[in-house]
Design a protein. Structure first.
Length: 345
């Protein structure tokens, strides 16, 4: 721990990820001298408890960062683009949990278990990757180091909390309506009913067409581009299909990975068992494999159903699950802060 605790600001403190950030900062006893909670004018004046003490939420402005050492941001991409340059100018290091800076060549994109060295190349801002990318690269990294990953085919099954607090509430209400025999009503967070359904469309883009000219959503494109940047290897090819499912917390992924060198399922299992931040749950004969419920509220990335792909050479299948609010967002951001300020990861 540093000799001097830090003055910390949390942008988006009243949101789903902001709340988990505060929880994790408390759980991990992050060294805080003062804490400033920032949100929109609608939330200003609300009170949030941290370590048993009430903290009033302040309206976010460009003057909010005087004396701040660390900013943890999860308030939306447009908000980050507007306010984080002011925070950097004021002398703060910013860790941003939005898509605003992820593909900026001047901004490192970091998963501490995968590319910790990149964090130290920052110019005031470090980007937190997309939630689905984080858990995937944590599982890919040990395989890449041992056998060089060539191609990844991933299908995600993403919980509704990934779309925010309002989406979680809408999903619950739709499920209540469906159970009561009513037609689930759409309130703006889903384009199709999510109750007892799967929606193969996850997009945060603004516009009439959420799909690009290539037919992929921006969530799918993020996974492709971010993986290459984090793994620091242009030769890694990724194709993704991202699906929203009626799960409250937790993202699950079916991953098919092709490597240059052959890896048996047992070798992959051993590599993953030694990987930092990864827990292997893989005994299908005893119904032991990870599910979203197993991962919810826990920090690790969980891997199971590891098996060789009989249809292709040097290919493995695996099932990867993580809490999207913790490792997929808030925890990874706090781990980056610990890496930079306390020397731990």
């Amino acid at each position: 721990m540093p000799s001097d605790p830090l003055n910390v600001a949390v942008m988006g403190a009243t949101g789903a990820v902001g709340g988990v950030m505060l929880q994790i900062l408390e759980e991990r006893d992050f060294p805080i001298a003062s804490l400033k909670l920032l949100a929109s004018s609608r939330s200003a004046g609300k009170t949030i408890a941290f370590k048993g003490e009430p903290h009033a939420v302040e309206e976010l402005t460009e003057d909010s960062f005087e004396g701040i050492d660390l900013v943890l941001s999860s308030a939306g991409g447009s908000i980050s683009k507007r306010f984080l340059p002011a925070a950097v100018k004021a002398g703060a290091v910013c860790i941003d949990n939005t898509s605003a800076f992820r593909m900026d060549d001047q901004v490192p994109l970091v998963v501490p278990e995968v590319n910790p060295h990149a964090a130290f190349n920052h110019k005031g801002i470090v980007a937190n990757p997309n939630c689905s990318t984080i858990q995937m690269v944590a599982a890919l990294k040990p395989l890449h180091d041992a056998a060089r990953v060539k191609r990844v085919v991933v299908s995600t099954f993403q919980g509704v909390s990934g779309a925010g607090t309002q989406a979680s509430e809408e999903a619950k209400e739709q499920i209540r309506e469906a159970l009561d025999g009513k037609e689930p009503s759409l309130r703006g967070k889903f384009v199709r009913p999510i109750a007892f359904n799967c929606i193969p469309q996850i997009s945060h883009s603004v516009g009439s067409n959420p799909f690009g000219l290539d037919g992929y959503t921006d969530e799918e494109t993020k996974m492709t581009r971010e993986t290459v940047k984090i793994m620091e290897d242009e030769n890694v090819k990724v194709t993704a299909t991202t699906v929203r499912v009626p799960v409250l917390v937790g993202h699950s992924e079916s991953i098919n990975v092709e490597t240059e060198k052959p890896l048996t399922a047992e070798q992959a299992r051993e590599l993953l068992e030694r990987a930092p931040g990864v827990t292997v749950m893989d005994d299908p004969a005893k119904n032991r494999y990870p599910t979203a419920i197993d991962a919810a509220g826990r920090d690790d990335v969980f891997v199971g159903r590891i098996r060789e792909d009989a249809s292709a050479d040097n290919c493995l299948n695996m099932w990867v699950v993580a809490d999207n609010l913790r490792k997929g967002a808030a925890l990874n951001a706090v781990q980056i802060a610990e890496l930079l300020f306390t020397g731990s990861k």
